[in-house]
Design a protein around this ligand. Structure first.
Ligand SMILES: [Zn+2]
Length: 608
């Protein structure tokens, strides 16, 4: 279609109070055999079939003023009767999903991902699109603005009007926020960055911009200038309690807890703010790793069905490794903050029994039915490709540094991936990362990868961390709130006689509700199950908060009497308590090792 017209879209928050967008898609030269339209089954970056068509509450077609019949072919595809003149479909789309993956609309703001609202006109995916973004009607919406990385065609900065995209793929890769948000801008190595924060908050945006600037520059330098973006937008939604992010080619949508945003006069980054910076870092790193360096399986995305790859350990895991590492390299957190974060990751992996059942390649492949659909048995049966993938990346980095006597590192592998695949727009074959890593290391890494990716053996963390002068200590958890990372006082550490039930519990009006019962734990052996609500221990009422405290009076081998409800039946269960596992990690610098100190400096020291 050499002279084909762009596909023309419009979107308006038509009834914010009813959470309804009205979307139109106009095709000037429709398929003479009947134009098909389809909504994606999933959104790239989030590997779950979401069937966005389920939110379409009405759809009609017309040509000029004449209605055109339109028929549904399957769960997300429609075909209009053949017409010779421009054809428009109009959809009412329900938007009440406050996540980074869908669309959300009320009288205070509007947010959407194109994948959840814009139908694609089949056969025209490669053609340019024009998008008219319209404000809701009424005085209460006066002052609303637009934040998006989509290119403006005829619209003022941050304004409603006409936008454009080079293809459907680009159209759905620019989420849009509308409303009265707080905004700020900064430049990083000459590239304009914008931050838009929606929701009630009192964040110190000046501090945030200063920190993000250092972070973004650090990522840009890692991959090499120029960065593949002319502009970048952080779309942040602050809520009471929330966490999530989704990467896009020139922006990211983030959901965070408002207390994690920086406060005025905050000096050292709080733990919450470190978490938020880690999230920003993660999504920004994706600008290269997964948005441009992407698996061949995603080149192009098939939006109709699951796209399988065994490489999510690299696209999510390597990104998770660099997200925190770059915070210390950008000088935003200290080396000891970083070691604490790393120790918490190791703790989290050690507490996942599923690491002994599922490999990270299997976890990647099955993301669609497992990682994104967790249940009460997930910790026993699955391993996170984010978590284990990040620790595989750490091991790989330290291994390459060791093999090359510090001349090369994982940074070189990332740059090689960028040069060979990202820049060239080629998909990474399933064995592409292993091959480039081996070439960078100048040696076969087959044995390492076979173990790390394709077996459930534990990673050689202790041996490899020792090469950078870091020692691992394992101890018992001091409480269910102990996530590891922090040393405990010597007296507490020596009390190795703490007991554990082997459960995870949540507060319930009646007591402690078991969300997970872990394999090989005392509770499982005694017959307790997920969903049971423990109401008493040794005849005394308990909740999730004081369950630890009640049990702490016991020694391993003691028998405790528990009362619990399963559905409406009261059970009395005798549990033989077991010693808490040594699954809580702290990392410490081994003082005497000078070679290790040098290698550690090369690995962590701030880059200018
Ligand atoms: Zn990610």
């Amino acid at each position: 279609m050499p002279n084909a017209q762009p596909t023309r879209y419009s979107i308006v928050p038509k009834h914010p109070e009813a959470h309804l967008f009205e979307v139109t898609c106009r095709v000037d030269d429709p398929d003479p055999h009947g134009q098909r339209f389809a909504l994606p089954a999933w959104i790239p970056g989030s590997y779950l079939i979401r069937d966005f068509a389920r939110n379409v509450v009405a759809l009609r077609a017309q040509s000029g003023q004449r209605p055109v019949s339109i028929t549904k072919l399957d769960k997300h595809t429609w075909i209009a009767a053949p017409v010779q003149r421009p054809l428009t479909v109009t959809l009412q789309v329900y938007a009440w999903d406050l996540s980074v993956r869908g669309a959300h609309l009320d009288t205070s703001h509007a947010f959407f991902n194109g994948a959840s609202v814009f139908p694609r006109a089949l056969g025209r995916e490669a053609l340019p699109c024009e998008i008219e973004i319209l404000p809701p009607r009424g005085a209460r919406y006066r002052g609303w603005e637009v934040a998006t990385a989509m290119l403006r065609k005829r619209a003022p900065p941050r304004g409603f009007g006409l936008y454009r995209a080079a293809s459907y793929d680009e159209l759905i890769d620019h989420p849009v926020e509308m409303g009265r948000f707080a905004s700020a801008t900064f430049e990083a190595l000459g590239v304009r960055h914008e931050v838009a924060v929606t929701g009630r908050h009192d964040a110190d945006l000046e501090r945030l911009c200063a920190d993000l600037r250092r972070l973004c520059e650090s990522h840009m330098r890692l991959f090499g200038e120029p960065a593949p973006i002319n502009r970048y937008v952080f779309l942040v939604t602050a809520v009471g309690e929330g966490y999530g992010g989704l990467e896009h080619r020139a922006s990211t949508a983030l959901l965070c807890s408002r207390q994690d945003l920086p406060r005025a006069a905050m000096e050292r980054a709080s733990e919450g703010y470190q978490t938020f910076l880690g999230l920003c870092s993660h999504e920004y790193f994706h600008t290269w790793n997964v948005k441009r360096i992407k698996p061949a399986a995603f080149t192009p995305y098939d939006l109709e069905r699951e796209n399988y790859t065994r490489l999510l350990w690299a696209f999510e895991g390597v990104t998770s490794y660099y997200d925190d590492l770059q915070l210390v390299r950008a000088g935003l957190i200290s080396e000891s903050d970083y070691l604490e974060i790393l120790a918490r990751s190791i703790t989290s992996l050690l507490r996942t029994g599923g690491r002994m059942k599922q490999t990270v390649e299997e976890a990647s492949f099955d993301a669609w039915i497992k990682y994104y659909r967790p249940d009460e048995n997930s910790p026993n049966a699955q391993v996170s490709y984010y978590l284990k993938g990040s620790l595989i990346a750490l091991c790989l980095d330290l291994l390459i540094r060791k093999r090359t006597r510090g001349r090369r590192s994982l940074d070189d592998v990332m740059r090689a991936l960028w040069d060979r695949y990202g820049r060239a727009g080629l998909g990474v074959p399933e064995d592409g990362i292993e091959k480039l890593a081996a070439r960078t290391a100048g040696a076969s890494l087959r044995a390492f990868f076979d173990k790390a990716l394709r077996s459930t053996d534990d990673l050689p963390l202790k041996r490899l961390l020792a090469t950078v002068g870091i020692g691992i200590q394992l101890r018992q958890a001091q409480s269910s709130a102990d996530r590891g990372g922090k040393p405990v006082n010597a007296g507490a550490a020596k009390t190795s006689a703490r007991v554990s039930l082997g459960v995870r519990a949540a507060e319930d009006p009646m007591g402690a509700k078991l969300t997970h019962v872990l394999d090989a734990g005392a509770a499982q052996a005694a017959g307790l199950s997920a969903g049971d609500v423990i109401v008493a221990v040794d005849g005394l009422k308990v909740g999730a908060k004081n369950l630890d405290q009640r049990l702490a009076r016991h020694r391993p081998g003691d028998v405790a009497t528990l009362h619990a409800f399963r559905r409406d039946e009261l059970l009395e269960i005798r549990v033989e308590l077991r010693a808490s596992p040594l699954d809580t990690c702290t990392l410490t610098v081994i003082a005497a090792d000078r070679a290790g100190a040098n290698r550690r400096r090369a690995w962590l020291q701030p880059r200018s």
